[in-house]
Design a protein. Structure first.
Length: 221
C-alpha cells in the first residue's frame, strides 16, 4: 500500500512560481505604461507651452515711434509723430498757413517769415500745385522719382543732389553736395509737401524723417 504524498509536487511548485512571475511582470508592465504616459504628457505640455511662448514673442512687434510726440496742423490738414528731441521753428504763427518747420537741432531748424526753410518743411496748399515742387532746374542732379503710397494715398518721392545752386540762386542757395528728399501727394483737393534737406553741415536725420513719413504721417482733409 502506497503512502500518501503530502504538500505540493515539483510540477505544482513550478506552475505557482510561473504564475507569480507573470503577475509581477504584468504589474511592472502596467506601471511602466502609466509612467511613460505621464512623461509623454509632460513633454507634450512643455513643448506646446514653448511653442505658445515662442509665438507670443515672435508676433510681438516693437513700434519704433512709440516714444515720439504728435504734431497736428489744423490749417494744413495733416499730422505726424516726431522724436521728442526735435525742435520746431520759433513763432510758428508767423509761418505761412499750413507750414511747419522742424529739425533735430536749433541750429538747423528754419525760420518763419524768411527764406530759411531749415532742415525739414511740411506744408499743404489748396488745389494741385505739385508741378511747382518738381526738381527741374539744372542744379538738381542725380534726381529720382519713385511712386509711394502712404495711408492709402498715392504720391511721389523725389530725391536730388545739389550742384551749382549757390552760384545760380542769389538768396537761399544750398551748398554743393546737399541732398534733397521730397514727398508730394495730391488728395482731397490739396497738395501735401514734405521736404528734407541734408546740407553737409547738418546732422543726419534722414532715417527718422523717412520713418515719420512712412509710419506716422496722416492726411486729415
Amino acid at each position: 500500500m502506497h503512502k500518501r504524498q503530502s504538500g505540493f509536487g515539483i510540477v505544482e511548485l513550478l506552475i505557482i512560481l510561473l504564475i507569480i512571475l507573470m503577475l509581477i511582470f504584468a504589474g511592472w508592465w502596467v506601471w511602466k505604461k502609466k509612467h511613460d504616459s505621464k512623461d509623454s504628457g509632460k513633454h507634450t505640455s512643455t513643448s506646446e507651452s514653448s511653442k505658445k511662448d515662442s509665438g507670443k514673442t515672435g508676433s510681438k512687434t516693437v513700434d519704433p515711434t512709440d516714444d515720439w510726440v504728435t504734431y497736428s496742423n489744423a490749417e494744413g490738414n495733416f499730422s505726424f509723430k516726431h522724436p521728442a528731441s526735435w525742435v520746431q521753428a520759433a513763432h510758428p504763427e508767423l509761418c505761412s498757413e499750413g507750414l511747419a518747420l522742424f529739425a533735430p537741432t536749433a541750429d538747423t531748424v528754419g525760420h518763419c517769415a524768411s527764406e530759411d526753410g531749415g532742415q525739414m518743411q511740411f506744408s499743404s496748399a489748396a488745389g494741385d500745385v505739385s508741378a511747382e515742387y518738381q526738381f527741374g532746374e539744372a542744379y538738381y542732379t542725380a534726381s529720382t522719382d519713385t511712386a509711394v503710397t502712404i495711408n492709402g494715398v498715392s504720391g511721389h518721392k523725389l530725391t536730388a543732389t545739389v550742384m551749382g545752386m549757390e552760384a545760380a540762386v542769389a538768396v537761399g542757395g544750398y551748398p554743393d553736395g546737399t541732398t534733397l528728399v521730397r514727398y508730394i501727394f495730391v488728395t482731397g483737393g490739396r497738395t501735401y509737401i514734405a521736404s528734407y534737406v541734408q546740407q553737409p553741415s547738418y546732422p543726419d536725420a534722414l532715417s527718422d524723417f523717412t520713418l515719420l513719413m512712412t509710419h506716422t504721417f496722416m492726411f486729415s482733409a
